[in-house]
Design a protein around this ligand. Structure first.
Ligand code: NAP
Length: 308
């Protein structure tokens, strides 16, 4: 067996991956973290995080992501910008294929996170022309404008409240008559005069000349269809796992999220998963960080017992 280049490769530099990398570096493992975009993960487009312990006034998602990255690097973590294309996990030594090269390791932690789900109601045509998934990025473009926000989870409700700092009016369209979001977020949205809830309703399409001008909706109970005149639409209807490169390797649930046990072990020995990409009952920065720490410890134990 040839010697692999790394003890551990971590894929993804969100809170889960950065924590796993930091713990592995402190354990003096030869560890490399691969990230295809900007370190920090989904939180870097989150305006404000108020439920991550240790920051009593809250902290911007961008700052928290940056602090996690700097802390991990200070403790010896090597971070490389590269996109993973595929994995070869059938041998004891795992191979991670990048665009033009491959890296080998004894153990792997997949912490590739998740991305916003689309609705496929014409949003591709208006991407950057009124359609957005990110209030922190795009809200200032909708100053004093009317927008539609879609979804009833934490993201939709939290981001709609942020959007209300800019927009004149927000129609929050949700397919049921109850929100899924945390109660504290609901209270803020209900108290905001700029947010009008459109219950039991789904988006069926959108149109406009240069950009979005109209959003077409349908009430799922009455079947009534109507058009909301709006300059933009924000889609916050859940997330999909970033799992393109793992196809056919580790076991996933029906939604494509990686199945793990409490030690973050996947169906392949030596391969662990952490954070939003795994099948988990709660997706928070605090749970991602916990997953990352556990995954790093499990990887360390796995490597210690290799060949024994
Ligand atoms: P989510 O919790 O899965 O909520 C998605 C929302 O979109 C649900 O209300 C769902 O409706 C609706 N939806 C799904 N598919 C739809 C469709 N095809 N058409 C219309 N509506 C649809 O997703 P999320 O809000 O993006 O949150 C993702 C994870 O991140 C969650 O675990 C969340 O707790 C976490 N998060 C936490 C915070 C925070 O703690 N502050 C902030 C953001 C995100 P139903 O309710 O009817 O299913």
């Amino acid at each position: 067996m040839s010697t692999p280049e790394y003890d551990l490769i971590v894929i993804g530099a969100g809170p889960a991956g950065l924590t796993a990398g930091m713990y592995a570096a402190r354990a003096r493992m030869k560890v490399l973290l691969l990230e295809k975009a900007v370190p920090g993960g989904q939180i870097i487009v989150t305006d404000w995080i108020e439920n991550y312990p240790g920051f009593p006034e809250g902290i911007s998602g961008f700052d928290l992501g940056e602090k996690m990255k700097v802390q991990a690097e200070n403790l010896g973590l090597e971070i490389k910008t590269a996109e993973v294309h595929s994995l070869e996990l059938s041998e004891e030594i795992k191979t991670v294929h990048l665009k033009d090269s491959a890296l080998t390791c004894k153990s792997l932690i997949i912490a590739s996170g998740a991305s916003p789900r689309k609705l496929n109601v014409g949003e591709d045509k208006f991407m950057g022309k009124g359609v957005s998934f990110c209030a922190t990025c795009d809200a200032p473009f909708f100053k004093e404008k009317t927008v539609v926000a879609v979804g009833g989870g934490d993201t939709a409700v939290q981001e709609a409240v942020y959007l209300a700092k800019f927009a004149k009016k927000i129609y929050l369209v949700h397919r049921r008559d109850q929100l899924r979001a945390a109660k504290i977020l609901q209270e803020r949205a209900f108290a905001n005069d700029k947010i009008e809830f459109v219950w039991d309703t789904v988006v069926t399409g959108m149109d406009g000349f240069f950009g979005v001008e109209n959003v077409h909706v349908k009430n799922v109970k009455t079947e009534e269809e109507k058009t909301i005149a709006a300059n933009g639409i924000f889609l916050w209807v859940g997330i999909l796992p970033n799992n393109e490169f793992i196809k056919g390797t580790v076991e996933t649930d029906d939604g494509g999220f990686i199945i793990t046990d409490a030690s973050m072990r996947t169906s392949v020995p030596g391969v662990f998963a952490a954070g939003d990409v795994r099948n988990t009952p709660l997706r928070q920065v605090s749970t991602a960080v916990g997953d990352g720490a556990i995954a790093a410890l499990s990887a360390e134990h796995f490597i210690e017992n290799m060949g024994s």
